[in-house]
Design a protein around this ligand. Structure first.
Ligand SMILES: C[S@@+](CC[C@H](N)C(=O)[O-])C[C@H]1O[C@@H](n2cnc3c(N)ncnc32)[C@H](O)[C@@H]1O
Length: 903
């Protein structure tokens, strides 16, 4: 059962404040988040539980590992959270309690909870992922990474003032980027036992002048000392600094030597007093990208790519499979050893890696798995433990391409820091220290334009186990720069391509080329518009033609919500691989659904590309057309003008009708037009105000460059394009906010002229309104209609005509009619509100929702006997029916050519 936030809150509230707690607590907690009663019963009687010790533990795969204890809960949870059992079962939440304190860890976000158990109600949001609500992760301004980035930004500003021209040219910019990466390493190193405590900051404080004048020289000497192996070759005052190596401190001729001021020195020392051990490479990278780019700084800390979101890419791509293998080989030394071999050879490649967050998370997850395997091996075979002196996962198996020079440096640094952090975890588990320095290896990150760089030169595809991951840049065709447009021929070579492709298509096409015919697979995050509407037919045919298929996909979800700009993007994750047997999955929220084939719309269905169609498919229904177009401002009348005309001559009202397009309809705006039938022209002209307007129209049209408009100068009383009929009508907005659960379609009488900025159905009946208002139709619209600036785009020829409607009995039409009228009645009841307000998902009244839910259920039942759990199931049925119907149509009328294509 899917619960909303308020329902969960109310249910968890009942668990708070009790006098006594016992084992029932965990079962009640799971039920409170909507976990099925049947599962909870089976957990209680032990048949579903995968716990190692059923007397004190309750564990369900993917969901929870719960342990009651009489020992120190903190020590218990520390050990349990990375234990082989927790890794094996991909446990989301680990909970330990002595029934007074409750400790919990979210294994995906790394967040901890430590509360008196009776306060559970105040912390109900912690477990929301159980109810399918993933946590948005914001980084507050007090966060260590944000503070550090802000201060680093200030230092950068100060140095730029003191050293005008410092960042000029590519060399200058690169040199300052490297300079900052070195400082970062030093700060991190002195807080994490790579250097001794505060070694760097103390050295700056005690070996330089207070006015800052010699800090630049000092740092230059220090960096050289860090790159010098032999102690004897270092200046005496720097002899205690270790040898770091790894190209980080290798001095190049173009290295920057910024002159410091007093305040730059003070800032440097203040930076050293921050606690850098809390720095998280997957967060700080995103923050630091803004350090050398002041324009981006205002957004610092507002959002970053959260770990659960990155996991949506790498878990289905390879981590889930590795964990399954760990599970299957849990009791076999041989299988565990071969799994270790396998993961040590895996290569991960992000061809738009930014500051390396995807690579860092992939690296950390592989290390966590390695540690769990090693721990298990030590248990099965105690002699193994002696051999654990090094990790087999090497950061040089992590590859990246990044356009931005600073981000490239940070990505390399982030991998070192991630490695050190995992080495620390290794030491805690196995009591063996793996030193980070001298840095022996580095992540293989190259600065460059991924559209032009040869990916095989960066990460040679030797048919090993290679995974391409990332969140490459998206830009719609209209927003692309000239440079971006110029990248396309580099990727497509001689192959034709369409200029409406999104920029990210380059990564998909180049990625498909790269993995073609090999074992390599990829998964990229992309704006959801790539798998909607026209774009599907532009991008996927070429990918599929290369023998590639979609192995898995995450359907639309919100990536991050930037509170300041309020511009959350909706994205999908698309996994590609060489076509093969083996399961394919569609993921929606936390549901995983098996699929026979995943098409470009990310639905379980054949590889269809939906094009324009001239008449409605399936059951007979009225056509949908564009509204009427006046092509003359003189025919359009404001409410005030209308009132004045009627006050002056009541006869005018005969010739005035309401005139609405999408905006007027949705925002409840009034507007009117002159509507004069051919036989009424003389009568209409007898109203002076109308005669005046008709003269104005003649004049206006006469001046038009468009011949078709000018031709109507002689018929000023008429709209140029007329689709209006004096019948009931349905108005369908041409675009509708993606946030809305429903498209606010309207039902009108014969006295409204629908403008060409909306679609219209004449000869309308309420049952048609019900059909296209239903969720089934909205799901279809979202998939095949596409988007216009994050709004759903409607189209008669693509959406309405291709929407298959099965034969409908009179009884069903009657039921649909009743429900359509109910929706309209409820809207009428709330008539003081505009449709924009009524359909705002945050504000939609409960009775309106209920009325729509009834329409949805009835329309669903027309398409399927089962209850749909997800929109993906709806879409899959629609595609299957579309395919069958168009095939039948083609068989019956082979000569008639439809533009919907099949591959
Ligand atoms: C959406 S960001 C993702 C970065 C990182 N994974 C994250 O989550 O912050 C896309 C990255 O692609 C980089 N980029 C843009 N165009 C590129 C190109 N032509 N070649 C390589 N990288 C590019 C940008 O600099 C940016 O760092």
């Amino acid at each position: 059962m899917r619960l909303n936030l308020r329902a969960v809150e109310e249910r968890v509230a009942r668990l708070g404040g009790r006098e006594l707690y016992d084992r029932e607590f965990i079962f009640d907690l799971l039920l409170a988040y909507g976990k099925p009663q049947g599962n909870v019963t089976r957990l209680r009687n032990g048949s579903l539980s995968v716990a190692s010790d059923k007397a004190t533990e309750v564990a369900q795969k993917n969901v929870v590992y719960f342990k009651e204890t009489t020992e120190d809960p903190l020590a218990v949870i520390d050990e349990l959270k990375t234990s082989p059992a927790v890794v094996r079962y991909r446990t989301r939440f680990v909970i330990v309690t002595d029934y007074t304190e409750l400790l919990a860890v979210d294994t995906k976000t790394g967040e901890n909870l430590m509360i008196p158990i009776r306060d559970i109600d105040q912390h109900f949001t912690f477990f929301l992922p159980w109810a399918g609500m993933e946590k948005a992760q914001y980084v507050t301004e007090a966060h260590a990474d944000v503070k550090a980035a802000e201060r680093m930004g200030k230092l950068c500003d100060e140095l730029l003032v003191a050293n005008p021209g410092l960042m000029e040219g590519t060399h200058g910019r690169h040199a300052i980027n490297v300079f900052f990466a070195r400082l970062l390493f030093c700060f991190f190193a002195e807080d994490t036992e790579i250097f001794t405590k505060s070694q760097f900051t103390n050295a700056v404080g005690s070996h330089t002048q207070a006015d800052g004048s010699d800090v630049g020289d000092f740092l230059f000497t220090l960096f050289r000392a860090l790159d010098t192996e032999d102690k004897a070759d270092k200046p005496t005052h720097l002899a205690a600094f270790p040898f770091v190596n790894g190209r980080l401190f290798t001095i190049a001729p173009e290295d920057a030597l910024p002159a410091f001021t007093k305040s730059a020195r003070d800032l440097l020392i203040a930076l050293g007093t921050l606690n850098w051990s809390k720095i998280n490479p997957d967060i700080f990278g995103s923050m630091f990208q803004a350090v050398v780019n002041p324009l981006e700084r205002s957004d610092l800390g507002q959002h970053y790519t959260s770990v659960p979101n990155i996991l949506k890419t790498i878990e289905p791509l390879f981590l889930d499979g590795l964990r399954d293998e760990f599970d299957a080989g849990f009791d076999s030394v041989r299988r565990l050893e071969s799994l270790l071999e396998r993961i040590s050879a895996i290569k991960v490649f992000d061809p738009a890696c930014g500051s390396g967050n995807f690579l860092v998370i992939a690296y950390k997850e592989l290390r966590k798995l390695e540690h769990a395997i090693l721990e298990r091996l030590a248990y099965l075979h105690p002699k193994h433990q002696v051999l654990f002196t090094e990790s087999k996962i090497h950061i040089e198996n992590f590859y990246g391409i990044e356009l931005d020079d600073f981000a490239t440096e940070i990505a390399i640094l982030s991998l070192w820091i991630a490695k050190h952090q995992m080495n620390t975890e290794f030491r805690e588990k196995f009591n063996v220290s793996i030193p980070l320095i001298p840095l022996k290896e580095a992540g293989q990150i190259q600065q460059g334009n991924a559209a032009r760089v040869d990916w095989n030169a960066v990460c040679p595809n030797d048919d090993g186990e290679i995974y391409l991951i990332g969140n490459p840049p998206y830009k719609g065709a209209k927003a692309q720069t000239k440079e971006m447009k110029a990248d396309f021929p580099f990727v497509f070579g001689g192959r034709p391509f369409n200029k409406n492709l999104d920029y990210i298509a380059l990564w998909f096409v180049k990625g498909a080329d790269y993995i073609g015919g090999t074992r390599a697979e990829l998964a990229f995050v992309a704006t959801n518009s790539v798998s909607q509407g026209e774009h599907v037919g532009l991008m996927f045919p070429m990918i599929f033609a290369g023998g590639i298929e979609i192995g898995f996909a995450y359907t639309s979800f919100k990536w991050a919500n930037n509170a300041r700009r309020n511009a959350g993007v909706t994205v999908v994750v698309i996994g590609l691989r060489v076509a093969r047997s083996g399961p394919k999955y569609l993921y929606t929220d936390d549901l995983q659904i098996g699929a026979k084939n995943i098409n470009g719309y990310l639905a379980d269905g054949a590889n269809i590309f939906i094009g324009r169609r001239n008449s409605p498919l399936g059951a007979s229904r009225p056509v949908m057309v564009f509204g009427s177009m006046p092509r003359a401002r003189g025919l359009v009348i404001s409410p005030r003008e209308r009132q004045r005309m009627i006050d002056n001559d009541p006869l005018s009202s005969e010739f005035i009708k309401a005139y609405i397009g999408t905006k007027e309809h949705v925002d409840g705006l009034e507007r009117y037009c002159l509507w004069i039938e051919d036989g009424q022209v003389d009568l209409a002209r007898s109203v002076p105000a109308i005669a005046e307007r008709l003269a104005q129209v003649t004049d206006e049209r006469g001046k038009s460059d468009a011949g078709s408009t000018a031709a109507y100068a002689a018929k000023p009383h008429r709209f140029v394009q007329i689709s209006y009929k004096p019948t009931d009508s349905i108005i369908v907005p041409a675009v509708s906010s993606e946030r809305r659960d429903y498209i606010p379609i309207g039902y009108r009488g014969a006295d409204t002229i629908i403008s060409n900025l909306a679609f219209a159905v004449y000869d309308a009946e309420p049952w048609v309104f019900a059909l296209i208002t239903a969720r089934m139709h909205i799901v279809w619209t979202r998939a095949v209609g596409g988007q216009h600036e994050s709004r759903l785009r409607y189209s008669n020829t693509i959406v309405y005509n291709n929407f298959l409607v099965p034969p409908l009995s009179d009884a069903v039409k009657e039921q649909l009619t009743v429900m359509a009228l109910r929706v309209l009645d409820v809207r009428e009841y709330h008539c003081e509100k505009t449709l924009a307000e009524l359909y705002d998902p945050e504000l939609m009244p409960a009775d309106l929702r209920a009325a729509h839910a009834e329409v949805d259920a009835l329309v669903d039942s027309i398409y399927s006997k089962r209850n749909y759990e997800t929109d993906e199931q709806r879409l899959s049925d629609l595609f299957a029916m579309y395919e069958a119907m168009t095939a039948e149509e083609a068989a019956n009328a082979p000569a008639k050519k439809q533009r919907g294509r099949r591959k």
